[in-house]
Ligand binder design. Structure first.
Ligand SMILES: Cc1cc2nc3c(=O)[nH]c(=O)nc-3n(C[C@H](O)[C@H](O)[C@H](O)COP(=O)(O)OP(=O)(O)OC[C@H]3O[C@@H](n4cnc5c(N)ncnc54)[C@H](O)[C@@H]3O)c2cc1C
Length: 380
């Protein structure tokens, strides 16, 4: 057993940490205040192989693996959860289906520019009436000669308002629940594809989240990912399994940043004549947080390693997502408590982590859905 990051991983960790401090941290306040994502980051990160670190160098990636991607996501989340979310959508959901199942042409025209940060992607599964119950999506793709005509609406789509392309889930055969779904690449500017609105969120304000509409949107048949109708659901499941591991790293990064801020605050804040970190009540909370962060991190990276070994981690990926997101809620609540009234003020940064982290039990499969998956995998 070896629980250490490799030398290569450590070098990457330092490089991405320095990059995040120097290039991303100065952009956070404005992005949060304006709800506008600093789009130059896609190219900047792409140029250095930071954007999609686990894809091969020949495709413009960093030549790393799932562990490398987790390191990237953890480090970015320490700086800002919203910015991290947009970038991790690109490194995972918006590229993995093409990387694993796409045609050579799709790889050349969409995937490689996406890995390099020249094109921004989005992944659109959720609909106004189909969230957890993804098999109930109503978007349809009807074959017409050499094209498909897509009709439907998608909601809560990360990067949706400004993406250059979106991977859309649609039924090609609605008679087969789940099994009749396919993924399609729809490029910006395709007639019939529009952004209905940008959504106003409680946290993660630097992500641009949108509602997308497809109205008689005609795309070439070659934009379907995979070569047979009905293969989409397993592509989606595979993409989400990978995403749940990365999500663990997202929770670790947020937890670590909130903990660091809280330790610093507890050392500085004096009550009853001593810094509050001297009170046992504070120290116990911090001790428990440190323990939980260690467990969150160890388990996330273990499952990332298992994924790299090619093992079936459907159950473990859900365990990572469920555990890290739920424990994070307790950590953030305790961080807020230690900050007292100041923590509730917008001028203190802890409130942002508290608002941002609240999302994590909801997106990419709610905690309840992770429990359902784990129970099913256990054979219950
Ligand atoms: C900021 C943000 C960004 C997002 N980005 C994307 C994106 O890029 N692409 C995309 O496709 N989607 C995205 N989503 C959608 C996200 O994945 C969904 O919100 C999530 O899957 C939950 O779906 P829902 O919101 O419709 O909730 P619902 O499915 O309506 O669930 C509501 C509640 O009911 C519970 N529930 C539902 N079914 C069951 C059940 N069978 N048993 C027990 N409890 C159940 C849920 O756990 C939850 O607590 C994003 C969402 C947000 C908020």
């Amino acid at each position: 057993m070896d629980f250490e990051l490799s030398e290569e991983n450590r070098i990457f960790q330092k490089a991405i940490r320095d990059f995040a401090q120097k290039e991303i941290a100065p952009l956070v306040e404005e992005a949060e205040a304006t709800n506008v994502f600093p789009k130059q980051l896609f190219r900047k990160m792409g140029e250095q192989g930071f954007l999609c670190p686990r894809y091969p160098v020949e495709l413009g990636g960093g030549g790393g693996d799932k562990i490398t991607e987790c390191i990237m996501v953890e480090e970015l989340n320490r700086i800002n959860a919203g910015i991290a979310a947009s970038l991790m959508a690109q490194s995972g959901l918006a590229t993995q289906p093409i990387y694993k199942y796409g045609s050579e042409e799709q790889k050349k025209n969409i995937l490689i520019p996406a890995i390099k940060g020249e094109k921004v992607g989005a992944f659109a599964l959720t609909e106004p009436n189909a969230g957890s119950d993804a098999a109930s999506i109503q978007t349809r793709a009807v074959r017409d000669g050499d094209s498909y005509i897509i009709n439907g609406a998608k909601i809560f789509i990360t990067n949706g308002p400004f993406c250059d392309y979106v991977i859309v889930a649609a039924y090609t055969d609605p008679s087969k629940r789940g099994n009749g779904i396919n993924l399609f690449i729809v490029e910006r500017g395709t007639p019939g594809f529009s952004v209905a609105r940008k959504l106003d969120k409680v946290g993660n304000r630097s992500i641009e989240t949108g509602e997308l509409v497809f109205e008689d949107c005609r795309v070439p048949a070659k934009n379907m990912i995979g070569d047979k109708e009905g293969g989409g659901f397993s592509q989606i499941a595979d993409t989400l399994i990978s995403g749940r591991i990365t999500y663990g790293a997202r929770c670790v990064g947020t937890a670590q940043a909130a903990y660091d801020l809280t330790v610093q605050y507890a050392k500085e804040r004096v009550q009853f004549g001593k810094p509050i970190i001297k009170f046992q009540a504070t120290r116990f909370k911090l001790a428990e947080m440190a323990m939980n962060i260690d467990i969150m991190r160890t388990y996330t990276y273990k499952v990332a390693w298992m994924y790299e070994q090619g093992r079936n981690v459907r159950k473990e990926a859900s365990m990572v997502k469920l555990f890290t997101a739920e424990i994070l809620q307790k950590i953030l609540s305790d961080c807020m408590q230690i900050h007292g009234g100041y923590g509730y003020m917008m001028e203190y940064p802890i409130q942002r982590y508290w608002r941002d982290g609240r999302l994590f039990t909801i997106t990419e499969g709610t905690s309840e859905i992770q429990r359902l998956i784990i129970a099913k995998e256990l054979g219950f």
